[in-house]
Design a protein around this ligand. Structure first.
Ligand SMILES: Cc1cc2nc3c(=O)[nH]c(=O)nc-3n(C[C@H](O)[C@H](O)[C@H](O)COP(=O)(O)OP(=O)(O)OC[C@H]3O[C@@H](n4cnc5c(N)ncnc54)[C@H](O)[C@@H]3O)c2cc1C
Length: 440
């Protein structure tokens, strides 16, 4: 049987869907499944909300279509099926001296998912977004026909596919440019930032290839916005990296696990982990780039109710004021978990709906509750008023008004999508919720 009734959810586990899901292992099986019915592609379901959900419809899970098709060891150009994960690529090619140029914070994300959300990594300020390193894509329409799209061939369709949330068709495979790496290790320097203005300045002045900040979202007063800055460079050390053993969260954690006093205590200790004068450590690429991947199913730490992630990006001219107001609201509410990130972003973006802009991005997790829902909706509103945008890969609570002016190329994207998928075969719950394809 090609299609099977399946319950599935986003990574935050608040939004779920029941759909007929096909899991093809070969491209012929994908074509055969599409001959019966069509629906959006699903990757590894690492988007937090409903980006990959299609409740009551069909969906095609791509994770079994994960073969490497070709690799040029001279140029580092890799062609792979869309279900190959970032970790698959890193593990296979780092020993040969190559790694994905852009990597999100989880190696479980697939090539197709990284293109469809035009993901960014810890080097966004220098390297740009994932889609900017894609050379071409084999894109399948709902009728099963495949087109090659690239920056020079079907270029509008290519641009609408990068960050296009799967709405232009199913990405079967793609050619991407890998970057050189000379070992499996990375040198990481950690420094404390005692408050938000200092933290933002440190991020802006950092010249490191990779940089990311952990922010204490419970800190108040003169500590507001304090955190730790990590700056990292690839090394040519020939030491063998010590990989941490994977662990699994075997059950849903009870709600007190993330109570405000526990989070406050944890954050204080985590901040002091780095001495005042800073420190340097050598880490494996996996530990630095995917710090949470070693704890399988870590999303169960939030208990049965699940959680929301809020992620916004704010332009330079409004960022400090908006972040100050947001962090005051967040610390007063006492609802955030310890997982909170502040990062500098550059201008690089590959598609009409790509998330990044020059400025700062803040990402925080909140266990699901009525109060957390209200807080995230308020943060979405503040993002809009500050001229920023929220990230579709993380969102589960935004409303159509929240994104109205945030994506100025939305109308161009809609025209291309309407032509590529006239019957709306690839529409998802997120696209319907935010009325992304029109009828606003
Ligand atoms: C711990 C963690 C850390 C993260 N860190 C980052 C980060 O640093 N930067 C960042 O940008 N993101 C980050 N993310 C978000 C994640 O990288 C994106 O949500 C990514 O798109 C997930 O890929 P996926 O394969 O799981 O796709 P899914 O979540 O399954 O799907 C995402 C979207 O892609 C579409 N899609 C998937 N496969 C295809 C295909 N073959 N063809 C067409 N469309 C397709 C789906 O329809 C959907 O719209 C993080 C997520 C987690 C859980």
């Amino acid at each position: 049987m090609r299609w099977k009734e399946t319950e599935y959810c986003g990574w935050g586990r608040v939004l779920s869907a029941s759909a007929q899901v096909a899991r093809p292992e070969k491209s012929e099986a994908l074509t055969a499944a599409l001959a019966d019915a069509s629906g959006p592609a699903i990757g590894a379901l690492r988007s937090y909300g409903d980006a990959a959900l299609n409740d009551g419809g069909h969906a095609v899970q791509m994770t079994r279509l994960d073969r490497f098709i070709g690799f040029d060891p001279e140029t580092g150009v890799l062609e792979a099926e869309a279900g190959a994960s970032i970790t698959d690529i890193l593990s296979a090619f780092a020993p040969k001296g190559w790694m994905p140029t852009v990597m999100p914070g989880t190696g479980f994300a697939t090539l197709g998912g990284c293109i469809a959300n035009d993901v960014h990594g810890k080097n966004h300020h220098g390297a740009g977004s994932f889609g900017q390193h894609v050379q071409s894509i084999a894109l399948m329409a709902a009728d099963g026909t495949t087109k090659r799209v690239s920056p020079s061939r079907n270029k509008d369709l290519f641009r609408a596919t990068i960050g296009g949330l799967g709405q232009t068709g199913i990405i079967q495979s793609a050619k991407i440019q890998l970057a050189r790496c000379s070992s499996r290790l990375i040198q990481v320097d950690e420094r404390r930032a005692d408050g938000l203005p200092e933290f933002m300045e440190m991020l802006a002045e950092s010249r490191a290839t990779y940089s990311v900040g952990w922010i204490d979202a419970t800190a108040k007063g003169h500590n507001l916005g304090r955190g730790l800055l990590e700056e990292a460079e690839l090394t040519s050390s020939n030491m063998t990296p010590k990989l941490r053993k994977a662990r699994k969260i075997p059950f849903n954690a009870p709600s007190f696990a993330l109570s405000p006093p526990t989070v406050r205590m944890f954050n204080k200790a985590y901040f002091r982990r780095v001495p005042e004068e800073g420190r340097g450590v050598l880490r494996s690429l996996e530990d630095f780039f995917f710090p949470l991947d070693k704890i399988h199913d870590w999303n169960r730490l939030y208990g049965k109710r699940g959680f929301h992630q809020f992620q916004c990006v704010l332009p330079d001219n409004t960022a400090e004021e908006a972040l100050t107001t947001m962090l005051k609201l967040i610390s007063k509410a006492g609802l955030a978990s310890p997982l909170a990130v502040l990062k500098r972003t550059g201008e690089g973006r590959g598609g009409h709906l790509s998330f990044p802009m020059t400025g700062y991005t803040l990402a925080l997790d909140f266990p699901h509750s009525k109060n957390a829902t209200g807080l995230v909706q308020e943060l979405n509103r503040m993002t809009r008023l500050a001229g920023g945008r929220i990230y579709f890969a993380k969102d589960s609570l935004a409303e159509p008004e929240d994104i109205e002016d945030a994506y100025p190329e939305l109308a161009d994207w809609q025209k291309i999508v309407a032509k590529a998928d006239p019957d709306g075969a690839f529409t998802t719950d997120l696209v319907r919720r935010l009325k992304l394809r029109g009828e606003r």
